[in-house]
Design a protein around this ligand. Structure first.
Ligand code: FES
Length: 360
């Protein structure tokens, strides 16, 4: 074994690479290799801050006051525990009390909870106060140990790995056993992937399309009656759906909100294009995680999702102005049929509902 200081240029006296400015110890392992380790600590000891005595360390009166406080807390805890026993004996277990917010609750259970909770709380606060104010408070130093294992342990671990490799006979016919083992491990890893089929069938185009199609009549959600355009008042919000669609999954995607606004208030040309004389149809499904949007502020013309407060501006293409939703509400292009009833002119202008992997 040899020991020397590196000179700061990265090379020891014999030309071996060293660590800048630190003492290095080099030893020879049983396998004939050389091992080097730093023998000094590369991090300077920052030392200890001077000990700051607490008030209770230097002021006898403060100390006595803290002792009294701790004893008072423990004493009150004892009284609360006695109160628990008294409550058990004195309160009828069928008695009830009425509390605001909680309603009717058993009087005995209430007393048990209060007394026991108070008793434990006072023990806890008393112990904390005792330890912070009265127990000794020395700064404790714990020496940092090297994370590197001792050299004999490292050598015996390396020898064990080598011995294991020799005993496995892998070295003699590496391709026969090693190759087949790799194949078996690979197959065992890949085989469970077949279970991913159970996640199917793939959604294909279902995420992008709904039941709406050209000339599909728009009807009221509950009455199933068609909606005449002239009957939609300004400021109203009507929940509607496509006529004759019974499949609940399809209905859930296709449900819309019909709103009538003054056309000259609209700031979005595309919105005007998809609407009919100030009547607009937006998806009722929030683009955050799919809650039904249920609130319309007539004054501000904002649609609000009650789940996480995403807010959409219906004067501007139902774009998001607040909340976690990442994109505008999809708009359904609408028109009227020969009888003046609202119909769709096609499907939504973008996928409805929560954003999925291809949607921002
Ligand atoms: Fe609408 Fe979250 S689902 S804000």
């Amino acid at each position: 074994m040899s020991r020397y200081d590196t000179d700061g240029d990265g090379h020891g006296p014999d030309g071996a690479n060293g660590s800048h400015g630190h003492a290095v110890e080099v030893s020879e392992t049983p396998t004939g290799r050389h091992a080097a380790r730093l023998t000094d600590d590369p991090f300077a000891d920052p030392g200890r801050l001077p000990h700051e005595p607490r008030r209770t360390d230097v002021d006898a009166q403060a100390r006595r006051r803290a002792e009294r406080q701790v004893a008072t807390m423990f004493g009150l805890s004892t009284l609360a525990a006695i109160g628990f026993v008294v409550a058990f004996v004195a309160i009828d277990k069928d008695a009830f009390v009425s509390l605001p917010l909680f309603g009717e609750i058993g009087a005995q259970n209430l007393a048990f909870g209060l007394f026991l909770g108070l008793s434990l709380l006072l023990i806890g606060t008393g112990v904390i106060h005792w330890s912070r104010k009265l127990m000794t408070s020395p700064e404790i130093v714990e020496e940092r140990h090297s994370l590197r294992s001792p050299e004999p342990d490292r050598e015996s671990a390396a020898a064990a790995v080598k011995e294991g490799a020799e005993e496995s006979t892998l070295g003699r016919r590496p391709f026969l056993i090693g190759g087949s083992l790799v194949g078996a491990l690979g197959a065992a890893t890949v085989a469970p992937l077949i279970t991913l089929r159970d996640l199917g069938p793939l959604p294909e185009k279902k995420l992008r399309h709904t039941a709406w199609a050209e000339q599909h009549q728009i009807v009221f959600e509950h009455s199933n009656l068609p909606i005449r355009a002239v009957d939609v008042p300004i400021g109203a919000m009507i929940t509607a759906k496509p006529k004759d669609v019974e499949d609940l999954n399809e209905l859930a995607k296709a449900v819309i909100l019909i709103l009538r606004l003054e056309p000259d208030q609209i700031q979005n040309a595309r919105q005007l294009e998809l609407g009919y004389e100030g009547i607009f149809a937006f998806s009722k499904i929030c683009t955050h995680v799919g809650c039904p949007i249920g609130l319309y502020e007539r004054e501000t013309h904002h649609l609000l999702c009650p789940c996480h407060q995403s807010t959409f501006d219906v004067l501007n293409g139902a774009r998001v102005i607040f909340g976690p939703a990442a994109r505008s509400l999809p708009q359904l292009p609408i028109n009227v049929d020969d009888a003046g009833f609202l119909v769709a002119e096609g499907d939504f202008d973008q996928p409805v509902g929560p954003s999925f992997w291809e949607r921002g």
